[in-house]
Design a protein around this ligand. Structure first.
Ligand code: TYM
Length: 331
């Protein structure tokens, strides 16, 4: 059975981008593959969270994984820092990752722009840690959104380089995965780019948002004064809202508003109202479970302990073999 691995950074609440880009696939894949889904708390250290924030953010992702339907009996759910073998593999892979290629990474360049006062080495070697996450279980399928494609390419590079250096076909090649063939990029509500946790207030719709908050955010989304000619291409901010509708609404609803747009009869107020209501319906089953699961500390403890044991078992096997391949020997 093929091994699947993916993770989400513990930097706050999950939004529709995380869900449709990643978590929805996790839930489907758990029935078909040997799955590992983790909470990337080591990755979150690049932004220096306080100890209290670190823990509550880890809890948030764990709760939302469970609320979204990841079943700890089917998939292994664990917290990255509880599997120290990952950090060990990261160290070995770092010996084979070069400054030039790391500096050229798109997300490193973005981070330099976003946090110029804190360009630490952890940001530079972020793709190496990500490769370690994947290779530690020798995973081949990695369900992620489009923004992670380059990181997957780097993970293949680092794994292949290790294999070549030690002349041992040890690590398989991991590929980004989505059931719909194409990787997805869910747009934000600000009319500009992707939905993201740090793209500014109002850009992201969170799975835990109450209905009223969703209505407010969607109604505030940027639109224009409407089409003036029939059958014209849509400007980006309108196309983004249609793309969001495509993921939360029925095909009939999308076709209905497309039709109105093409005939210059669309009323953005109605369009956004429908979009908000469909988002509320789509997120309701998850939202309704979040609160109850969050209260059940004993269950969360049990899930994370059980997951850590299973993840370590798999990671220890890899690390033992990697140590042998590298040539460490006991006297
Ligand atoms: P992170 O925490 O930024 O995002 C988690 C997942 O959500 C996806 N995603 C999106 N997909 C579509 N549209 C969007 N607007 C959108 N926003 C976020 C991301 O593609 C990702 O799948 N580096 C990773 C975490 C990580 C990881 C790994 C993932 C660490 N190690 C190993 C896979 C394998 C990250 O920062 O994701």
């Amino acid at each position: 059975m093929e091994t699947v691995l993916s993770g989400i950074r513990s930097t706050g609440k999950l939004h529709l981008g995380n869900y449709y880009g990643a978590v929805q696939n996790f839930v489907k894949m758990q029935h078909e593959y040997n799955c590992f889904f983790f909470i990337a708390d080591l990755h979150s250290l690049t932004t220096h969270p306080t100890p209290a924030n670190l823990h509550s953010n880890v809890k948030q992702v764990l709760v939302e994984y469970l609320a979204a339907g990841i079943d700890p009996e089917k998939a292994t759910i664990y917290v990255q820092s509880e599997v120290p073998e990952v950090a060990e593999l990261y160290l070995y892979l770092n010996m084979n990752a070069y400054l030039g290629e790391l500096e050229r990474g798109a997300s490193f360049k973005d981070k330099i722009r976003a946090q110029p006062e804190n360009v630490n080495a952890g940001l530079l070697t972020y793709p190496v840690l990500m490769a370690a996450d994947i290779l530690i279980h020798r995973a081949t399928k990695v369900p992620v959104g489009k923004d992670q494609e380059q990181h997957l390419e780097m993970a293949r590079t680092f794994g292949n380089r290790f294999n070549r250096l030690y002349q041992h076909e040890y690590f398989p090649e991991p590929y980004a995965f989505n059931f719909s063939e194409n990787l997805v990029k869910i747009p934000g509500l600000d009319g500009k780019g992707k939905m993201g946790k740090s793209e500014g207030e109002g850009n992201a719709v969170f799975l835990s948002d109450p209905p009223e908050a969703i209505r407010k955010k969607v109604m505030r989304a940027v639109t224009d004064s409407g089409p003036t000619e029939e059958n014209q291409p849509k400007p980006t901010e309108i196309q983004n809202l249609f793309d969001l509708m495509q993921v939360v609404s029925s095909a009939d609803t999308v076709a209905h508003f497309n039709n109105l747009y093409n005939k210059c009869q669309i009323r953005y107020g109605d369009f956004k109202k429908q979009l908000a209501e469909d988002m509320i319906v789509a997120t309701a089953p998850i939202r309704e479970r979040i609160e109850d699961i969050a209260k059940d500390e004993a269950y969360l403890r049990q899930v994370s302990r059980y997951g850590a044991v299973k993840a370590r078992e798999s990671a220890q096997k890899t690390i033992k073999e990697v140590r042998e391949i590298i040539g460490f020997k006991k006297f």
